[in-house]
Write a protein that binds this ligand. Structure first.
Ligand code: AR6
Length: 176
């Protein structure tokens, strides 16, 4: 694990599964607009949370690219799930601003709900096709830019599925 402090917020990077982070009070879902089960991160989160999560989420959708909404964690070890709709790369524009909006909205929503530690996957970098290095730049820049506005959030963990994605996030984090 790599960790760096920005203002009052520690930013961590780890390789792993977003559904297996019991020390975080919120995790972020790379959702679809309807907040249905889906594949990738969304599929893993809904499978681990159980059917109550989709039941709670459906009335909250549809959401637009860059938006975040919050639900309970159901059978997950986390109290909250924050669902973000990332941009489809090459389709939802400006993609960098929409991706930044996901991270900013998720952090602000977490903060309003008293969250202290939150975990993000690399939003939009799977099915939605956002290249990993520019996605890492946007993610880390947005967390650093938002950090001074946060009251309760003091730990932000990026949970990367692959070793190569972790290496990219680590490099971008070290270069900041
Ligand atoms: N933990 C952490 N990271 C993961 C996990 C996991 N369990 N599973 C995959 N990743 P994606 P998107 C990585 O496709 O691009 C869904 O079907 C993955 O390697 O989950 O925002 C939804 O329903 C990739 O780097 O999200 C939407 O329709 C990153 O997480 C759509 O896909 C994001 O991959 C959203 O696409």
């Amino acid at each position: 694990m790599t960790s760096r402090q920005f203002e009052q917020v520690a930013i961590e990077t780890v390789q792993g599964d977003i559904t297996r982070q019991p020390d975080l009070d919120a995790i972020v879902n790379a959702a679809n607009a309807q907040l249905r089960i889906g594949g990738g991160v969304a599929g893993a989160i809904h499978r681990a949370a159980g059917p109550g999560l989709e039941k709670e989420c459906l009335p909250l959708g549809p959401i637009r690219p860059g938006q975040a909404v919050i639900s309970g964690g159901h059978n997950l070890p986390n109290a909250h799930v924050i669902h973000c709709l990332g941009p489809v790369y090459g389709q939802d524009e400006p993609s960098d601003q929409l991706l930044a909006s996901c991270y900013r909205e998720a952090l602000m929503l977490a903060d309003r709900n008293g969250v202290t530690a939150i975990g993000f996957p690399a939003i939009s970098t799977g099915v939605f096709g956002y290249p990993i290095e520019p996605a890492a730049q946007v993610a880390l820049r947005t967390v650093c830019d938002t950090a001074p506005s946060l009251a309760t959030v003091s730990r932000v963990r990026f949970v990367l599925f692959s070793e190569s994605d972790l290496a990219v996030f680590d490099k971008v984090l070290k270069d900041r």
